[in-house]
Every structure is written in C-alpha cells, then in structure tokens.
Ligand binder design. Structure first.
Ligand code: FPP
Length: 255
C-alpha cells in the first residue's frame, strides 16, 4: 500500500521494462513438482505482470520467455514450454485486443514449431494496430546472435553498394536489430537472485538500470513489480555524466 501511494511522488516510470523471468524450475522443485508446473505457474505471473504494466501505462514490456540456449534443455521441457506458449497465445488474444496491446517477438522465431510460429504470426498481425502498449516476447532469443545477424545484414547492404561502412553509427546499427524502433530498456528486472544478463538485450542494455530480486518468477506479482518500479524511480540515471550536469539538463528542459 505504502509502495503504491509513493508512486506519484517519484521520478517518472520507465518507458520500457524488460524482465528475465527466472526461477520456475526452483519454484517447482521446492514443491516436489515437475519443472513444467513451475513454467505453468510462470505463465500465470506473465498474465498478472502484463495486466499491471498496462494499468500503469508502461508503453513497452519485454519478457525473456525462451533463449536460444533453452533449446538444449530436455526435449520434454522444451515441448512443454512450446505448448504453454501456444496456450498463452490462444487464451490471451481477446485480452490483448481488448486492452489494445500489440504483441511482437524478437529472436529466431522461425526455429519455433510450425503451429507456434503460425499462431504467433497471426497474433502479431491481429494486434499490429494496437498502440497503447507493446508486449515483446523474446523467443529463441540470444543477444550475441542478434548482434551478429545485424552485422551480417549491414555487410550485405555494403556489398550491394547501398551503404558505406563509414555511415554506420549506433543509431543506424539499431535498424538491423530485431526491433530497432523499440527504445532501450530503462529497467531490467531479474527474478530468482541470479546477477547476470544471460545473453539478454546485450546491445540495448548499455545504460539500463538493473533490479535483482530473490523472488522466484512464479511468485512475482503486481506488488513486487511496483516495488521494482519505485526502486527505479528513486535512482539517478547519469548516462556517463556528473550529477551536476544531469541537474542542469533537467532544470534547462523545465524552463
Ligand atoms: C527460467 O526459469 C524460465 C524459462 C526458461 C521459461 C520462462 C517461461 C515462462 C515464464 C512461461 C511461459 C511464457 C509465456 C510468455 C507464456 P528456469 O526454468 O531456468 O528456473 P530455474 O533456474 O529455477 O531452474
């Protein structure tokens, strides 16, 4: 309750929140359940956090749902995760349309099983005119692959004579990433206490604020989400500058 009442007195909310949803396996193990039950409960948490983000008017929410490395998990777990994703897309389409949420995906989505890929494409198409919020699912995603693929696309453009290597800068490089129009994440949340990025948004995370909680993803809820947002809102983001420079920049933009 105290967290909620604070929210109006702090710095603005992040525009883009990205979440590394970790701890599903441990959640299940603590209950002597199969790992997939942890993922299933994780999908319930996904629904709660998407709803909360929409209510709070956060324009971009990226969820790390399946990494490229996750393909090497036991086949049964991979199949279970693909089933969950399929179910989520089937069940949530009306909610996404009703709440005017656009669904997007980043990653090597062609690697997904055909039925999941087709439903994902259909959901992205159906929600493509929604502007209130974008929900971005990182699927078969790897940050290093994203950068390498972008470098290849750029090299092909150079070889075709459409671009010159000297033209490349941070801004033009973004256009070769999976979703170069999406602003960098202001805040990256990681659940379950691990303190690493795990190949997530490596280019985009350069100045992201990190928030690590020991809460396992299936237990992460709206209250925890607001706690993370308020923690972010108390921070000073300097982007390599000094506190004084930031203060000056804020006061001059206000006048
Ligand atoms: C990491 O926990 C989590 C994943 C690899 C999958 C995340 C998937 C979901 C939250 C559910 C499905 C998603 C959607 C969008 C419907 P872990 O298994 O590595 O946990 P552990 O480290 O405790 O073993």
């Amino acid at each position: 309750m105290a967290e909620k009442s604070n929210i109006t007195t702090l710095k603005p909310l992040p525009r883009h929140v990205a979440i590394i949803m970790d701890g599903n396996g441990r959640w299940a193990r603590r209950r002597f359940m199969p790992r997939i039950m942890g993922h299933r409960q994780g999908a319930v948490a996904v629904k709660e956090i998407v709803t909360a983000a929409r209510e709070l008017n956060i324009p971009y929410l990226t969820l790390y749902a399946f990494s490229k490395e996750n393909w090497s998990r036991p086949a049964e777990e991979v199949e279970g995760l693909m089933d969950l994703l399929f179910e989520y897309l089937q069940k949530e389409i009306d909610e996404l349309l009703g709440k005017r949420i656009r669904l997007r995906a980043i990653g090597e989505i062609e690697a997904l099983p055909e039925r999941v890929y087709n439903l994902l494409m259909e959901t992205m198409e159906k929600t493509s005119k929604n502007y209130e919020m974008q929900l971005i699912l990182a699927l078969s995603y790897g940050g290093r692959s994203e950068i390498i693929e972008a470098a290849k696309k750029f090299a092909r453009r150079c070889m075709a004579g459409d671009m010159d290597p000297e033209e490349l800068d941070e801004s033009s490089f973004r256009s070769f990433l999976y979703a170069g129009d999406i602003p960098d994440p202001d805040l990256i949340i990681r659940t379950s206490g691990e303190k690493r990025l795990s190949n997530f948004l490596l280019f985009q995370a350069a100045y992201s604020e990190l928030y690590i909680t020991s809460t396992l993803w299936p237990d992460f809820n709206k209250k925890e989400f607001i706690k993370a947002l308020n923690d972010y809102r108390r921070r000073e983001r300097r982007f390599g500058m000094t506190s004084e420079q930031i203060l000056l920049r804020c006061t001059s933009s206000e006048s």
